[in-house]
Write a protein that binds this ligand. Structure first.
Ligand SMILES: Nc1ncnc2c1ncn2[C@@H]1O[C@H](COP(=O)(O)OP(=O)(O)OP(=O)(O)O)[C@@H](O)[C@H]1O
Ligand SMILES: [Mg+2]
Length: 265
């Protein structure tokens, strides 16, 4: 058990299909392989992270839905399920989570519900939060609880436009609810060095002064093994440890450990 508080990292991008869930699962697994204690929190009603980790839920299992809408006396440790891999825990999601926003509409403090997981911080080195591709009360709760933001950015057209919106959102969050939220970094995903598009978007990102010092050296290449591992419900570092996907996410884990939380000294 770690004596420190966990690094609580939101993996966000309002754009869909950019590799948020792949990053949460595979970075989480790679960190656990580096002997870190990792908790993945699935805040997406699509429950892709829950499925991708091969977790089958009992009927009465607690999920992020109960964490959000239940009364405050829930013990957050009861919402954690073990995965098949040591050091990798999960607070699963359920489709019901899609209704949480409506259910909480007139509840005071509804943007603070996820902070109910705070007692778990002492038990983990990392808490990684998977988010839906939209700005909703769910994402706001993630931003309220998190201390850091990690942005997977697809090296494809339209990615830069989505980043403009995301940076505006993060600025609003800092002004209104969480002034300490740090952008730890931006991780290029779906990189294909053979294509001019991938190389061109990388150059634009590198030249963008808003991200100075924030672009990870590690780039996640397009690699079909990553999708295959999701299908087989195993993190890629356990599914095919010598694939490009496993290699890239292992390097990302190492770089994240080295970089710290992105706070300027
Ligand atoms: N580097 C990669 N190379 C190839 N396929 C990938 C890569 N990263 C993710 N994928 C696959 O691409 C699809 C979309 O990725 P993922 O689900 O991680 O995106 P997401 O941002 O979480 O999407 P959503 O916004 O819908 O939650 C998935 O099938 C995933 O397995
Ligand atoms: Mg996802």
């Amino acid at each position: 058990m770690s004596a420190q508080q966990a690094r609580v990292i939101a993996v966000v991008n309002e754009k869909g299909g950019v590799g948020k869930t792949a990053t949460v699962i595979n970075l989480g697994a790679a960190l656990s392989k580096q002997d870190k204690k990792v908790l993945i929190v699935d805040m997406d009603p699509q429950f892709n992270a829950t499925h991708g980790l091969g977790v089958e839920l009992d009927e009465d299992a607690l999920t992020t839905y109960e964490v959000m809408v239940g009364d405050g006396d829930l013990d957050p440790a009861d919402a954690v399920v073990a995965t098949k891999w040591a050091g990798l825990g999960l607070v699963p999601s359920h489709v019901d989570l899609a209704g949480a926003e409506a259910e909480l509409m007139d509840q005071p403090g509804r943007e603070n519900r996820l902070k109910r997981l705070r007692p778990l911080e002492k038990d983990y080195d990392f808490i990684l939060l998977d988010t839906p591709p939209s700005l909703s009360l769910l994402t706001i709760n993630v931003f309220t609880f998190a201390k850091e933001v990690l942005i997977p950015c697809q090296t494809h057209p339209y990615a830069l436009k989505a980043l403009d919106d995301l940076l505006d959102t993060i600025e609003l969050v800092r002004e209104n609810i969480n002034p300490d939220l740090n952008i730890t970094g931006l991780v290029p995903t779906f990189y294909d060095p053979r294509t001019r598009v991938s190389r061109g978007i990388m150059e634009l990102l590198q030249a963008d002064e808003r991200f100075e010092g924030k672009i990870f050296d590690t780039v996640i290449r397009s690699n079909a093994t990553i999708a295959e591992s999701a299908w087989k419900q195993k993190p890629v570092v356990f599914f095919r440890s010598r694939s490009y996907g496993a290699l890239d996410y292992t390097n990302l884990a190492k770089e994240l450990l080295k970089r710290g939380n992105g706070k300027k000294n």
